[in-house]
Structure formats: C-alpha cells, structure tokens
Design a protein around this ligand. Structure first.
Ligand code: UVW
Length: 320
C-alpha cells in the first residue's frame, strides 16, 4: 500500500489568492481594511433589541481553560491581599485603605484571543510578504498591536453549524465547507453579506466544560471549516474581515484530504489577511438567536495592545 506524501502548506496553496500589497507595502491589518465607517454603520443598523453578549471564556477557571495542546494554563497569582494587613505586612496608607494585587502568567493565545496576522506563516514569509526574520525576539511586523489599535466593529452573522446538524456539538474532526455555511444560513433565514464578520458555532468550547479533560485532548482533532480552493475563493470574494469561532484554532486541525495541519491559517490569515478570533463562548448567544430568529447584529472587539505580540486576549461584545 502506498501512502500519499503530505505536501508543504506552500505547495498545497501555491495558486491560492493573496491580498499582499493590496493595502500597501506597510499594511498590518489586512482584511480589517474592509471595515470602513460605512460598515460600522451597517453593523449599528443591525442592532434591534439592545441585548448584549460577551464572548470571552473565563480565565483561570478551576479545572483548566481550553488551550492548544502544548500550551500551559493561565496562572493568576495573588501578590497582595487582606492577609498582608492581618499580619502587619501591608503598606500603611493615610486613611488606612487596603488593596488586593495579583499577576497573571499566560500564553497570549491561552484564552479567547485575536491572532496577529503574522502569527502563522510558511515558506519564510508572513502576511503581506514580511520576512519570517521579523518574528525573531518579538514580532516587529504584522503583530497584534495594529489590530488592537484599530479595533474591530461591524455587522456580524452567527452561523450555528451544530444546530444545523441537529446536535449539541460537532464531533472531533467533523468538517464543513462554505456551502454548508450557506445552507445553514438559509435555514436560519439570514444572509451572509459581503464584509460581514463571520461567527461560527460548533459547540466545541462549550463542551470542554462538560467533558473529561483527558478525553478532550486525546487524539486532538477539532471540528471546523475544511480547506478547498473554492472555500478560499468564497472568503476572498465575500471579503470577510474576521472569522470568529468557538474552537481553539478556527478550522479542522488536520486537513483530511492533504494531511496538512491548519492550512486555513495560511490560506485565510496569512494570504488574505482575514483576522482570526478563537476560543469564543457562543452557546448563550446562539440560544438567544435561535429563540427569536435574529442571527445578525453589531460586533465590537479590540484585543489588548501587546507590543510585538503574536496575539492578545479579547472579550468581544455583541449587541443585538
Ligand atoms: C496555533 O498557533 C497552532 O494555533 P492558534 O491559531 O489556535 O493559536
């Protein structure tokens, strides 16, 4: 039996479209350029009820937070609390105020977060053609900082793939395409419009809190979007600025056809400049959308301004 060799991501995507240079040689925010003032107003016009949702998962939850295998859990450490004053070691302030302080040690991708456009690359070139050497010692190009400076505001559409498939959560490795997104949208009676922020629910992150941790990480293959040239063309033509999901990596972990890991990180993020928001909690939002049939709304987010960061935590807000 012969097994097909796995191509490199660069070989797989050699004819894939790129937005490099489209917004100038110095651009670092990619498809966020599509989110003009008119798009912000289109988002505002989608607000109907004044209901708000936040999409971040809890940080430092006892029992652990969902992280990409190999990354460590966030650790919050107390450095000052009432105990300091109880044992006479608290700082004396005029007026006798006391305070609590703590620090957190975490992977910048260790919670709900935006990836920098240069976070993942192949063939020694990051988004917009920046050299991979620019990542050494901190990302001097296409870091998360320009995304954080700009912020992300626009009309968003939630596509509930788990509900579309009639299950609470997609199976490990279960895939779907843009055609499945369109079929789900039709069932939800919502239209994915050009420049919409695309939010996809799989139920995966919600299931993390219900599952045995060993089982969750065993043979780790998340469900998600799967690569095809047609899917990439659809994102390109729709000029999607931001892909938001409730999985750790926004796509099926391993492309079942080519065997390449995370090809959409290259095809969408690195080549087209589509920003990725990962590890969101979408279950309460989806339940509300299903209850009243409003699947489009205003989305507002800004990752933290981490200079030279490969990503940064965020707590996006949805206003319906
Ligand atoms: C990796 O870095 C592997 O993935 P993510 O985009 O989830 O951080």
């Amino acid at each position: 039996m012969t097994t097909k060799p796995v191509p490199t991501a660069a070989e797989l995507l050699k004819d894939s479209p790129r937005n490099w240079g489209r917004w100038g040689a110095e651009d670092e925010v990619g498809s966020l350029n599509f989110l003009t003032s008119a798009e912000v107003l289109r988002g505002v016009a989608a607000v109907r009820q004044g209901k708000t949702y936040t999409l971040q998962i809890p940080m430092g939850k006892p029992g652990g937070d969902p992280v990409w295998p190999g990354r460590n859990q966030s650790q919050r450490i107390n450095v000052m609390d009432h105990g300091h004053w109880l044992c006479g070691k608290g700082v004396e302030f005029p007026g006798n105020i006391e305070y609590a302080d703590d620090v957190m040690f975490m992977y910048l991708q260790g919670s709900t977060q935006y990836d920098a456009l240069g976070h993942v690359w192949c063939d020694d070139k990051l988004y917009n053609g920046y050299d991979a050497n620019t990542t050494i010692g901190g990302m001097s190009k296409a870091s998360v900082y320009p995304l954080a400076e700009r912020g992300i505001v626009g009309r968003a559409v939630l596509i509930d793939m788990a509900r579309h498939r009639g299950k609470p959560v997609l199976d490990p490795g279960e895939t779907f395409t843009h055609l499945d997104l369109l079929a789900a949208a039709e069932k939800q009676r919502v239209t994915i419009q050009k420049h919409d922020i695309l939010i996809i629910r799989t139920g995966w992150i919600g299931s993390f809190y219900e599952r045995d941790r060993v089982e969750f990480y065993k043979n780790f293959v998340e469900p998600g979007l799967t690569y095809s040239p047609e899917l990439v063309s659809w994102f390109h033509e729709m000029e999607i600025p931001n892909l938001v999901t409730d999985t750790i990596a926004n796509e099926v972990t391993m492309d079942p056809v080519s065997g390449v890991a995370l090809p959409l990180h290259i095809a969408l993020m690195s080549n087209l400049g589509v920003t990725f928001t990962e590890i969101c909690q979408l279950d309460p939002l989806a339940a509300d959308c299903a209850a009243d049939g409003q699947w489009s709304f205003l989305y507002v987010a800004a990752p933290l301004k981490v200079i030279n960061g490969s990503g940064a935590p965020v707590n996006p807000v949805v206003i319906r």
